[in-house]
Design a binder for this molecule. Structure first.
Ligand code: RIB
Ligand code: CA
Length: 316
């Protein structure tokens, strides 16, 4: 039985590789649809990028929906300085021929959860949590229907990447992140603590180029563009492949390890806006601070990349 998933995303080169991984693993994952959210770049571009990614994989029957164009309460903050003005800078990709669906992404999430038996769908947010939180606000009954949320976001020991305190996805829409964290839904979180361990080193980048397919060459050029920001900031060899950690977890969870802890999101302070306050050492009282998140802290990075190469070489 394939695992049914919805990917909520703000492509972004790392989102793109996560989506391609999910498409390559269609023997294990049934991608019910892709909902775009404003994040790395504005909504119009994240939606178009999702369509482009499907055309790279020649999977043009997957439905793409446009979701929220701004955070719940805040002005949108984007990341063109990391991903480029299109959000998918690197290779030249043609304008997509396929079209997005008319339905709003939030309504697609709600309707799909209501139409399936409960606890049969996993939500995979790869960007700000605006769509997910909006769906919970609009239709609280879906909380009981969601099997699990496996998301990329937050940080603790690794601290922030957009401010000294906060990771980008949670920073853009801290109110949405807080709603999801407090929802009671089973959550597995891929924070920077894990994603910063899976760097696109020169050797690994070359392996993408040598996959033997057009997809590998496109990924190579995405990585070549996307890694500049992190290499300059952290003086690292390569950049973290954040979002593919979510899909890799679905395919091979034992690549990752962490613990069930309490995570709360800062929504009041401007200094620490969006900070994920993770009680990793269990010092809060479980009665007041429930262990609401499966917080991943370690990953087998070689095993992660071998999984990526093994699956992505199956694509066109
Ligand atoms: O902080 C990393 C996250 O922000 C990733 O999901 C990346 O795509 C951006 O959305
Ligand atoms: Ca993303």
């Amino acid at each position: 039985m394939r695992r049914k998933i919805i990917i909520d995303t703000d492509p972004g080169q790392d989102d793109a590789i996560a989506i391609l991984l999910a498409l390559a693993a269609k023997d294990k994952l049934e991608l019910l649809g892709i909902t775009a959210v404003a994040g790395n770049v504005p909504l119009e571009l994240t939606t178009k990028n999702a369509l482009k990614i499907l055309e790279v994989a020649k999977e043009t029957n997957i439905a793409v929906f446009s979701g929220c164009k701004a955070p719940l309460k805040r002005k949108l903050v984007t990341a063109e300085h990391v991903h480029g003005p299109t959000g998918l800078n690197g290779p030249q990709l043609a304008e997509p021929k396929i079209k997005q669906q008319d339905q709003h992404g939030v309504d697609f999430i709600i309707d799909t959860l209501r139409q399936h038996p409960e606890k049969t769908i996993t939500l995979c947010p790869l960007g700000p949590l605006t769509n997910i939180a909006s769906a919970i606000i609009k239709a609280p009954d879906i909380v009981e229907k969601i099997d699990e949320i496996v998301l990329m976001g937050g940080a603790y020991f690794e601290v922030g990447n957009v401010t000294p305190a906060a990771e980008f996805n949670f920073y853009v829409d801290p109110e949405a992140a807080n709603i999801v964290m407090c929802s009671g839904i089973k959550i597995t979180m891929m924070p920077l603590d894990v994603t910063h361990q899976v760097l696109t080193t020169k050797e690994r980048s070359q392996k993408f180029a040598n996959l033997g397919n057009e997809t590998g060459k496109i990924i190579y050029h995405w990585v070549k563009y996307f890694k500049k920001f992190d290499e300059e900031k952290y003086k690292s060899d390569g950049a973290p492949l954040h979002d593919p950690c979510v899909i890799a977890y679905l395919l091979k969870p034992d690549l990752f390890s962490g613990r069930k802890i309490n995570v709360r999101i800062e929504t009041n302070s401007e200094l620490t806006r969006g900070m994920s306050v993770a009680d990793y050492w269990g010092i809060t009282d479980e009665k007041d601070c429930p262990r609401n998140v499966n917080f991943m802290r370690h990953v087998d990075d070689e095993g992660f990349y071998q999984l990526l190469f093994d699956y992505l070489k199956k694509l066109p």
